[in-house]
Design a binder for this molecule. Structure first.
Ligand code: XMP
Length: 318
């Protein structure tokens, strides 16, 4: 596609000109936007770009290793991985309120990023994967949805560092960013992933978050996603995930009585994420996922399927 190739070539030249021999930092989240921005900027200026990847402990199963493998090894990018799991779990201890959890996660992310950014000397630019809808959203008067949930996205700006912004995707829509990602050689499976919220699994473990619950959720979620791919359903739904409830119920396994958590499978079909319907999976598929989760994940003995549409329910549970 010449238009995409053209965009990439023009943008690479522009980045080289703007940046010169200066240094750039970027917060890599593993999501599409920051990843495409990172690969593009890396093509332009190589190791003058340092990516900071904060592992919050609230990411999907093995996400940290996968990010390092694809971007660090395959694309040979300069990535500083920060293992900040303990800090996040410490701050989140016993916090149940969803909005407080969001704020804590958002703030902690900025602290960690800021701390790491300061360790890198002579940085002049902060790169971000801002896309056109983000630009519009930040300019418009926020509607009621902004009040319902404070949406946190990656990318705090370390203030006194006096950095200039570098936002190569700011005129593009999501589908264009995806196409550019593919053109740049990022695997389609990554580029076409469902959206993942900034606060991550922190808002999918309902109520108080701890390492054990997150790890139970990661296992269950990865089984669900794996089965969606295997059964050719992943691309037919807009967003799918598992939620862990702070509810234990009685079950039986062999001749033992169990008392374990309940997981909820959630899958939404939507165009704009403002309204959504639940995915009409077959009973066979739901049974398969439920059986696998209950048999394979220690800590879960009951699975429910969420059949609520948005509105009035939201896609996430918190
Ligand atoms: P809801 O739950 O409001 O979600 O129907 C709509 C879309 O927004 C995502 N979402 C978030 N994304 N930070 C984010 O970056 C957040 O705090 C957040 N809360 C919800 C949600 O995953 C869905 O795609």
């Amino acid at each position: 596609n010449w238009e995409l190739t053209d965009f990439i070539q023009t943008e690479i030249k522009r980045i080289q000109k703007v940046v010169g021999n200066k240094k750039v930092i970027l917060g890599l989240s593993g999501g599409v936007d920051s990843s495409v921005a990172a690969v593009l900027i890396n093509k332009a200026i190589g190791n003058q770009l340092t990516c900071i990847f904060v592992d919050t402990g609230l990411l999907r199963k093995d996400e940290g290793d996968k990010v390092m493998e694809i971007y660090g090894e395959h694309f040979n990018m300069n990535i500083k991985r920060v293992d900040a799991q303990e800090r996040f779990f410490f701050k989140l201890k016993d916090i149940e309120d969803p909005e407080r959890k969001r704020k804590i996660i958002g703030n902690e992310f900025v602290y960690v990023f800021d701390e790491e950014a300061r360790k890198i000397e002579n940085v002049d630019f902060l790169a971000q994967g801002t896309i056109y809808p983000d630009v519009i959203e930040s300019q418009s008067v926020k509607g009621p949805s902004a009040v319902i949930k404070s949406h946190h996205n990656v990318g705090g700006l370390p203030k006194e560092m006096n950095l200039q912004l570098l936002e190569p995707l700011r005129e593009l829509f999501k589908d264009e960013v995806r196409k550019i990602g593919v053109e740049l050689g990022i695997p389609e499976k990554l580029v076409y992933r469902h959206p993942f919220p900034g606060p991550g699994l922190g808002i999918r473990v309902l109520g108080a978050v701890d390492e054990e619950k997150v790890s139970i959720l990661q296992e269950a979620d990865s089984i669900f996603i794996e089965e969606l791919y295997k059964n050719n359903l992943y691309d037919k739904v807009s967003q799918a995930f598992v939620v862990l409830l702070p509810v234990k119920s009685v079950g039986v396994m062999g001749d033992e009585r169990t008392y374990e958590y309940t997981a909820v499978i959630r899958s939404a079909n939507t165009i704009d994420f403002m309204t959504a319907t639940w995915s009409k999976f077959s009973y066979e598929f739901l049974e398969l996922v439920s059986n696998r989760i209950i048999n394979e994940v220690k800590g879960i003995n009951r699975v429910a399927y969420d059949i609520s549409s948005k509105p009035p329910a939201t896609i996430e549970w918190e």
